[in-house]
Design a protein around this ligand. Structure first.
Ligand SMILES: NC(=O)C1=CN([C@@H]2O[C@H](COP(=O)(O)OP(=O)(O)OC[C@H]3O[C@@H](n4cnc5c(N)ncnc54)[C@H](OP(=O)(O)O)[C@@H]3O)[C@@H](O)[C@H]2O)[C@@H](O)CC1
Ligand SMILES: Nc1ncnc2c1ncn2[C@@H]1O[C@H](COP(=O)(O)OP(=O)(O)O)[C@@H](O)[C@H]1O
Ligand SMILES: [K+]
Length: 514
């Protein structure tokens, strides 16, 4: 799914109005009905509803929602927030329609002391500002937001299109906004929803299709995408009936050190469970028994240094052709490991997966960047990202840096998080849609390294491997949390659920082909 900017959304609205064709007021009615339906599905008519409406089209939506809910038997109070003098045409039209329906005058709020009381259990509809927000909110509107956010107990804030005050494409980190429980947003995710700095403002985002014109949506060009199932199904490569283990490549996981052999086990096991033909683990000698006993299907190559790896650079001399290599989980930062990695990276000619301490070694010696093979996949978490690329003032700036580095280094960078951001060598960014806080547990990232290496090994191109790998990893985490709970699940449980996810992707990919 494409993520559009506020101005592209305005264009999409205008294109739909001109080419469907449909009058703007009817498009607004369609959007408002989608919201009202959602509210009716989730809350019974007994609950009081308070609609806060601004003077633009977002407010127009709010007034239309109020009318539809009144007609459906809800008790609705409407407060128009007078943040500007003139109202939009469709706001005025919907105000007229609302007033025709009910006799009681709609309240107009000019100052925070005129705000209506919010009863316990109310559904608060926040339709003050939407994608038209073009500057940080200041003045008395700040107090209005504060008033709404300190809502009465047990009430729920449902924001329409955007939490009021939030800008779709720019940081609002230091500006006030409504803090929604749910944001009902039209047609597509907004960039602001993807960023952790807005997590407690957006609440749970719900995307409601409103039938914006398909031609516009297909042709509009954007650097930002949301990886949903429709993208994933196109990436999946079914295995050929005549294939053999040689078809799916020999993968190598370079991981582990004394006390951190679990990282090697998790990455090796997830590599196997993601379809590599053969998997070898390269571990320090101390990890030999652990590895062989816990994963008999994998082969094991030991580094002579004992408790850490110091001869990684000699791997190429073994005469084994690895189709893909993943390096980093648990390797530590022993000076011999650092030296050995520095030599090893200069020898690589095909894309590799680089994670954890291997990233920290590069951060400590930026001249190594020139040796990272084109189209390699780097998987930093935010702290590793900061070590590699430095601090940024906000997360929009961090996205810019992420994209710029992927272009400059001609690599894929997967910045881990709730919506992991995957930057491609062409500068585009794909946000992964799967995963949950149960995955915030030691070893989850090691599992991802194994999955990515396994996918590369069996012939996925790096872009397909990183998009599919992130999706599968998160979806397996979702399946694990459904089974064990977010609290009780561990990284190993993600691996345990990879099979369910591959089965389901295989099934929908083949159904789509019928
Ligand atoms: N077009 C369509 O057909 C459809 C549109 N839809 C709906 O329309 C919404 C977009 O509506 P919109 O463009 O009227 O903008 P909206 O967010 O209501 O803001 C109104 C005005 O507020 C002002 N303002 C800006 N920042 C401010 C600030 N910080 N503090 C105070 N004021 C501020 C600014 O005016 P300015 O002050 O710049 O003159 C701005 O113009 C969209 O989110 C969706 O809900 C749907 O119904 C689908 C069909
Ligand atoms: N709240 C969350 N929602 C979705 N995914 C998450 C969440 N927290 C963590 N994850 C995922 O779990 C993984 C954690 O990786 P990482 O921080 O490297 O863990 P570790 O170093 O312990 O292996 C990442 O892929 C990340 O996207
Ligand atoms: K809003």
């Amino acid at each position: 799914m494409k993520i559009l900017t506020a101005s592209q959304i305005r264009e999409a609205d205008a294109y739909t109005i001109a080419n469907e064709p449909i009058p703007g007021i009817d498009l607004m009615e369609r959007a408002s009905r989608a919201c009202a339906n959602w509210i009716q599905t989730h809350y019974p008519p007994g609950q009081p509803v308070i609609v806060f409406a601004g003077k633009g089209n977002n407010g127009g939506d709010g007034l239309a929602i109020a009318r539809i809910l009144l007609e459906a038997g809800y008790r609705v109070h409407v407060a128009i927030i007078q943040h500007m003098e003139h109202a939009s045409e469709d706001h005025i039209m919907n105000l007229t329609r609302l007033k025709a329906l009910v006799n009681s005058p709609v309240q107009v709020v000019h100052a925070v002391n005129e705000m209506p009381a919010i009863p316990a259990g109310a559904i608060i509809i926040d339709a003050i500002l939407g994608t038209g927000t073009n500057r940080p909110v200041s003045g008395w509107l700040t107090n209005v937001f504060h008033y709404i956010n300190n809502k009465a107990k047990n009430s729920t804030i449902v924001s329409i299109d955007m939490p009021s005050g939030l800008m779709a494409d720019r940081s609002t980190k230091n500006a006030p906004s409504v803090h929604a429980d749910f944001t009902l947003s039209f047609e597509c995710y907004k960039l602001a929803f993807m960023l952790p700095e807005n997590a407690d403002r957006v609440g749970t985002p719900v995307i409601l299709p409103i039938g914006l014109h398909k031609d516009y949506m297909q042709h509009v060009s954007t650097n930002f995408h949301f990886v949903d199932r429709s993208i994933i199904d196109t990436l999946y490569l079914p295995r050929s009936p005549f294939s053999h283990k040689g078809t799916y490549g020999h993968a190598c996981i370079i991981a582990g050190s004394y006390g951190k052999m679990g990282a090697a086990v998790l990455a090796t096991r997830s590599c196997l469970r993601s379809g590599a033909g053969l998997v070898s683990a390269y571990v320090p000698t101390c990890g030999y028994t652990i590895l062989q006993e816990s994963i008999p299907e994998a082969m094991c190559i030991t580094d002579p240094a004992g408790e850490f790896s110091g001869s990684i650079h000699d791997l190429d001399q073994l005469g084994i052709t690895f189709k893909a290599i993943g390096i980093g989980p648990g390797i530590g930062m022993h000076p011999s490991t650092v030296k050995s990695f520095e030599r090893w990276i200069t020898l690589q000619r095909q894309p590799v997966v680089i994670d954890a301490d291997a990233l920290n070694i590069i951060a400590g010696n930026p001249s190594l960047v020139q040796f990272i093979p084109a189209h390699s996949i780097l998987t930093p978490h935010p702290k590793e990202f900061e070590r590699l690329f430095g601090k940024t003032t906000d997360e929009f700036e961090r996205l810019g840096l992420l994209s710029a580095k992927a272009v400059a280094w001609n690599i894929y960078i997967l910045l881990k998080g709730r919506f992991s951001a995957i930057a491609c060598p062409d500068g585009s960014i794909f946000f992964n849609s799967t995963g949950n806080p149960g995955m915030a547990t030691g070893g989850s990232g090691d599992v991802l390294t194994g999955i990515l290496t396994g996918l590369l090994s069996q012939g996925y191109q790096p872009k397909a491997a990183v998009l599919l790998g992130a999706y599968v990893h998160g979806a397996a985490g979702d399946a694990a949390s459904a089974h064990y709970s977010q609290e009780a699940m561990s990284a190993g449980d993600i691996i345990g659920h990879l099979g369910d996810v591959f089965l389901s992707i295989r099934e929908s990919a083949s159904t789509n082909k019928l």
